[in-house]
Design a binder for this molecule. Sequence first.
Ligand code: NAD
Ligand code: GLY
Length: 373
Amino acid sequence: MGSMIQVKLPQKSYEIVIQPGGLDSLGARMQGLDLGKKVLIVSNPTVFPLYGDRAIAALENAGYQVCTCILPDGEGYKNLESIQKIYDVAIAQRLERSSTLVALGGGVIGDMTGFAAATWLRGINFVQVPTTLLAMVDASIGGKTGVNHPLGKNLIGAFYQPRLVLIDSEVLNSLPVREFRAGMAEVIKYGVIWDGELFAMMETQPHLDQMQYVNTPVASGETLINEILIRSCQAKADVVGKDEKEAGLRAILNYGHTIAHAVESLTGYTRVNHGEAVGMGMVAAGNIAASLGMWSEGESQRQNALIQKTGLPTQLPQDVDIDAVIDTLQLDKKVKSGKVRFILPTQIGVVTITDAVPTTTIRQVLESMQLKG
Ligand code: NAD
Ligand code: GLY
């Protein structure tokens, strides 16, 4: 049966289904949603050999006609050329307005499939089957889709919601540990910005740095990983349901991301991955809030300890130039009228948005976080 979370939206609401082993019910879950008969699975050469056959069988057993588009793996291929490849298959396979794209992969595949769905024939159905922890708790929910421009990440895109998100936590068993930890950064984010109970639950765990430690039962009867998924997805659904197009509240989902985007960009998007950068960004934002007297030192230290427990780095790489970080902040999509906006915690589970952080404070915090030679 699994757990169901509704993303309630004015136009079209949809369900997030969290079910261990749920990949095999993909076709059955899609039935009843009026998703046509033709399905194009978009995936990559890492994920498809692991889960492609099961996804195809689940769809065919439910009567769907299935075709596939396998794109190269990696953020470097999140571009318009890959979108063109999806369109090429869509035209060759005669996909219609009623047809459906299924994203089988991490956030890169999910963002691209969503963008192709948003634009092909001015919008066809799409379903998210996220296979990384980060995509399960964040990228697959909420309708932000798109690709990178050579000069900036995610600059081309559309808000376009999936019709269903199907999360099978068992596929995380094959996820490399570094990717697992990257996802835990976003989970901790929800604990700090929205769900203090999630934060407290994770604090009580002795280990959080590998899938094997979270695959264990907790008081609710769920495994810890499913409890983490349920609470994180609920947090994202709550926020997106209140502010689909980021007119206000949704910006809190960018907690830790202001500095993270600068670090990712200055390290070439490969050396430090997104989740690692978000971990560093949350440490920076927490330390800024504490030095401005907005957050207690004790809670900020609790956050940093939790990030450390997931095995994520909490210090800035030695060779990242702090002036360059501060300059890069100005290029962020979240800059409004030339002012950098920060999401800062005031207590665990509550954040505020401010553009009144002095550059001297940002500099001091970043310097204190930098690894020394
Ligand atoms: P990713 O999609 O690159 O996946 C990471 C790696 O894990 C890849 O090599 C992938 O092939 C592999 N992989 C995926 N699932 C696997 C599995 N089950 N077993 C083994 N290997 C597996 O990275 P990601 O962290 O999932 O996503 C990052 C992307 O998501 C970025 O492009 C980012 O911009 C985007 N994103 C979007 C949103 C949004 O709201 N749309 C939010 C956060 C991030
Ligand atoms: N990942 C940020 C958002 O979905 O708004």
